[in-house]
Design a protein around this ligand. Structure first.
Ligand code: BG6
Length: 480
């Protein structure tokens, strides 16, 4: 949120450094930050995991991952310099077995003029967060360190509470960085700019003008290469209680006094606090055909690969305005959309409303592409006063930095000690409480791969419908 500053010298320890997430997101983000000159003057990385990996192996892993996943042209010379900062320490880091890593940290610290700040990044499955945190405490690495946790933080209210207790026993809240990379997306931050930097939008951002809100994140890919993680997690935990709820809190919150960690997080918490606990009547879960055939998935797996939900926020601004959330795997398209649909005016003087007029005028934010669009009815050119649908679109085009994606932004913030875009323990506790009644839902509706999920998810919205700005005709309009 502030002009880019240079972080202090840092020793970064990545748990699960050769794993899927680190390869796809974290290592490329570090490379990009380095390319943009946003890294500390002196910094080193110790990658760690159970597997036997040498420094050279790890550099090769990083090389291949960055070539495959970074967003600019790969530069061998730059990578050569970058990779000299990477080392690897193989260890099964657990309470009672922490010395190997503690020694590696001590050795690496000698390569700095003064003691570096320690940033520990848990790029590991949620079930490991407790033991690794306890190990960090035992190894004496917690003092003044910051620890970044991937999501989900816990898997239900009870496991959250148990993990929270372990973490609180080792770290202060201001040392704890629970990451939700959707909060690092350019457009999520831009929602704040749209709402609070303009006279127009905030004035209509309430129940007097908004009929309903959609937060829609369909994904076209299945989970073939992530079964071990996904089958234990499912769409509610992987996406809804985390990314979708966090985005919802940014859409729905009251203006914070300042765009700083404390005031912003307070407002997001108030949204969670006003949300009604979800009930099975408000939720549709689904599972794509063929999911149970994947290797590692049981024949009777009840894992949800799709979820749609109707959420109510019982506060002054949103009373009576439903928020519809949807996400799922193996669907017809990949989109990340937030849509505010406006109330219809009583404009009965227009005799000919086009079919698309059944759709309300709406404002849509594209979280993946960074653009926004406003869709409305306008007069068709010609002698008669006939209506047609018109669109205004805003995109960044080439003006934004391609290199600063969510992970770059959030890792940079963690290096600087800026917690504005990270989640807080009370908010996470509340989100688990909100979904508790639906976590044990079984019998997901089957749906074909490449479809829009179960029909029941379309019914959940009636007489409204899921909105897709690019191609509204992909959907048959409901009878109303
Ligand atoms: C991750 C989820 O957190 O976010 C994935 O675990 C999901 O299941 C991904 O596909 C979506 O993020 P992105 O990178 O498309 O914004």
């Amino acid at each position: 949120m502030e002009p880019a500053r240079t972080p202090p010298d840092t020793l970064l320890i990545i748990f699960g450094a050769n794993g899927d997430l680190s390869r796809r997101k974290l290592l490329p983000a570090l490379y990009n930050l380095d390319a943009e000159g946003l890294v500390p003057r002196n910094w080193r990385v110790i990658g760690t995991a159970r597997s036997e990996v040498s420094d050279d192996d790890f550099r090769q892993v990083a090389h291949d991952a960055i070539r495959e996943h970074e967003r600019c042209d790969f530069d061998d010379e730059h990578f050569g310099e970058f990779s000299q900062r990477l080392t690897f320490t193989s260890t099964d880091f657990r309470p009672g077995d922490t010395q190997v890593l503690a020694d590696a940290v001590a050795r690496s610290s000698h390569e700095f003029d003064d003691d570096p700040q320690l940033l520990l990044y848990l790029s590991t499955p949620p079930s490991t967060f407790g033991p690794i945190t306890a190990g960090i405490g035992e190894a004496g690495l917690a003092k003044n360190a910051r620890v970044v946790y991937e999501k989900p933080f816990g898997s239900d209210p009870a496991s959250f509470a148990a993990l929270d207790e372990i973490v609180r026993g080792v770290l202060r809240e201001d040392q704890t960085y629970r990451i939700d990379h959707f909060l690092g997306k350019e457009m999520v931050q831009n929602l704040l700019a749209f709402r609070f930097a303009n006279g127009a939008f905030e004035a209509m951002w309430n129940r007097a003008h908004i009929d309903h809100v959609q937060i829609d994140v369909p994904e076209d890919l299945g989970v073939d290469n992530r079964v071990a993680f996904y089958d234990k997690t499912g769409a509610i935990r992987d996406m809804m209680v985390t990314h979708l709820f966090q985005v919802l809190s940014v859409v729905a919150m009251e203006p914070p006094v300042r765009l700083r960690s404390g005031p912003l997080t307070d407002e997001k918490f108030k949204v969670f606090d006003s949300m009604r606990q979800l009930s099975a009547d408000d939720v549709v879960i689904g599972q794509y055909d063929g999911y149970r055939d994947l290797e590692g998935v049981a024949d009777d797996s009840a894992t949800d690969t799709f979820v749609a939900a109707r959420v109510h926020i019982d506060n002054w601004r949103w009373d009576g305005v439903p928020f519809f959330l949807r996400t799922g795997k193996a669907l017809a398209a990949k989109e990340q959309l937030v849509t505010l649909a406006f109330r219809r005016p009583p404009a009965t003087m227009f005799s000919e409303v086009p079919e698309s007029g059944l759709e309300r005028d709406h404002l849509t934010f594209d979280l993946s592409g960074g653009g926004a669009g406003f869709s409305f009815l306008a007069k068709l050119p010609g002698p008669a006063l006939r209506l047609g649908r018109a669109n205004m679109r805003f995109t960044y085009g080439e003006t934004g930095s391609r290199l600063i994606g969510p992970y770059e932004r959030l890792v940079h913030d963690a290096l600087l000690g800026d917690r504005t875009l990270f989640t807080r323990t009370d908010g996470i506790a509340r989100t688990w409480e909100l979904v508790e009644p639906i976590l044990d839902m079984r019998d997901p509706h089957p749906y074909p791969q490449g479809s829009w999920g179960p029909d029941a998810a379309v019914d959940l919205l009636l007489p409204r419908r899921w909105h897709m700005p690019q191609d509204p005709d992909r959907f048959s309009l409901p009878e109303i």
